[in-house]
Design a protein around this ligand. Structure first.
Ligand code: C2E
Ligand code: MG
Ligand code: MG
Length: 431
């Protein structure tokens, strides 16, 4: 009898967390939906996915990963109400079936609580684990009254939560389907584009703040999708990262930009953006030296722009890669500074020679008191650490004067020059 009970338990419950497993989840969902239909009640399905579980598992090891999952399970039990069903339906995927909800608002309240409770950091065996989760919500009968339809719609909401910046929830709505179709079709086009090299590079001039002379240019990638038209790099780079295409696309940009820059006057430097995913690739230093060798561009004229996200989590590997690159004579700058963690320890630990103040601050100058003090503080920080400072996103004369008063070294923005085609940049650069 005991063995039978144990077998019963094993086939219905997840061994690691003791939550209902996938099989039992499906059974519960089926029953709950039938009951709800009879009683004319609403049922909410919350599909939950952890945002950064894989890197945690990879860096801290599986035993810690298991502990994280167990704690998450406990937190979900707390977030759910009596009678709700909490299940683990995959590696880092969970679900809650919630009952007795009068309207979608009640369901989003539960979702909000789940997001909040999941984003509290954990301390496990001396490690601080920063974790968070995304939630997709589907309501029965509004978004489907059979299990398959409801799961599918809640999954679509989850997908949209994950691509909408994570650590958030979304309630299903029909327009999310269109967004998903667009995304799928963009993915397919992007794969084709990267095979056929359908990208263009434009160059935005950078000027010295004091003399107003052109000192360099930032290479910015452009892509016109055959179906969807011009797509911003802020949209397609993250997709390329997810599809594993960004290293290939990134090395191509590096190669082509170095070739272009080798034809510019020698006092004009080149800045190229490097995605955090590229930085994880140990071949990056090799790619950089190859691009320099092929083009004949002096390493001192090249600067790679990274963002702080690249330095999070895997900072040992990032440090090694960046040091290799710096040892070749190439400089590293920290892009979009102020928007991420802005941890001062990065500036100290990593071989960074320039900070680029994010345009979100610059654009609120000079009136916004908060932005003004942030810009002032970053400028001072830069000069005391002997780093160069660039302010990006300058659009007005008053922003420019403010930046000049702060003693920033370089300026970049639509006011001084928009990104332009390589041939136009060559003219501007005076050759
Ligand atoms: P970023 O590196 O911070 O580049 C600056 C962005 O600000 C560019 O947008 C530029 O066009 C825009 N910008 C410059 N001045 C102004 C201004 O005065 N006002 C406004 N509103 N915007 C200004 P873009 O070209 O859309 O690129 C967006 C982001 O995409 C870049 O931000 C960078 O993070 C990424 N990106 C672009 N090209 C590449 C690339 O080749 N590789 C990688 N990994 N990322 C890239
Ligand atoms: Mg940049
Ligand atoms: Mg930037």
């Amino acid at each position: 009898k005991e063995t039978e009970q144990q077998l019963q338990f094993l086939s219905n419950y997840d061994r690691l967390t003791g939550l209902a497993n996938r099989t039992q989840f499906r059974e519960h969902l089926h029953k709950s939906l039938t009951l709800a239909r009879l009683n004319r009640e609403k049922v909410a399905l919350l599909m939950i996915d952890l945002d950064r579980f894989k890197p945690i598992n990879d860096t801290l090891g599986h035993p810690i990963g298991d502990l994280v999952l167990q704690r998450i399970a406990n937190r979900l039990r707390l977030a759910a109400r009596d009678g709700d069903i909490v299940a683990r339906i995959g590696g880092d995927e969970f679900a809650i079936i919630a009952f007795g909800l009068g309207n979608p608002d009640a369901a989003t309240t539960v979702a909000e609580r789940v997001v909040e409770i999941l984003s509290r950091p954990m301390i496990i065996e001396g490690n601080v684990v920063e974790i968070s989760g995304s939630v997709g919500v589907g309501m029965a009968p509004d978004h489907g009254s059979d299990p398959d339809a409801l799961v599918q719609h809640a999954d679509i909401a989850l997908y949209s939560a994950k691509h909408g910046g994570k650590q958030t929830y979304r309630l299903f709505e029909p327009r999310l389907m269109e967004a998903i179709q667009r995304r799928r079709s963009l993915e397919a086009s992007l794969r084709r584009a990267s095979m056929r090299n359908e990208f263009r590079i434009v160059y935005q001039p950078v000027f010295s703040s004091a003399q107003g002379e052109i000192t360099g240019a930032e290479a910015l990638l452009r892509w016109t999708c055959p179906q969807h038209g011009e797509i911003s790099p802020t949209e397609f780079i993250p997709i390329a990262e997810e599809l594993g295409l960004v290293s290939r696309i990134g090395s191509d940009v590096l190669r082509r930009a170095c070739k272009d820059a080798a034809g510019w006057p020698e006092h004009i430097d080149l800045a190229v953006n490097v995605s955090p995913v590229q930085l994880l690739d140990p071949r990056l230093p090799q790619t950089v030296s190859q691009a320099l060798a092929d083009s004949g561009l002096a390493p001192e004229r090249l600067e790679l722009e990274i963002t702080e996200t690249a330095l999070l989590n895997n900072d040992e590997a990032a440090l090694r890669t960046l040091t290799h690159i710096r040892d070749q004579g190439v400089r590293i700058s920290l892009d979009d500074f102020g928007t991420g963690y802005s941890s001062l320890s990065y500036l100290h630990r990593f071989p960074i020679s320039r900070i680029k103040i994010d345009k979100s601050f610059v654009q609120k100058l000079p009136d916004d008191v908060g932005s003004a003090s942030i810009v002032r503080a970053i400028a001072q920080l830069g000069s005391s650490l002997s780093m160069k400072i660039t302010a990006e996103g300058i659009e007005t004369d008053s922003q420019l004067s403010f930046i000049q008063e702060q003693g920033c070294d370089e300026v970049q923005g639509f006011l001084t020059g928009r990104p332009i085609a390589p041939a136009d940049f060559l003219l501007l650069a005076g050759r």
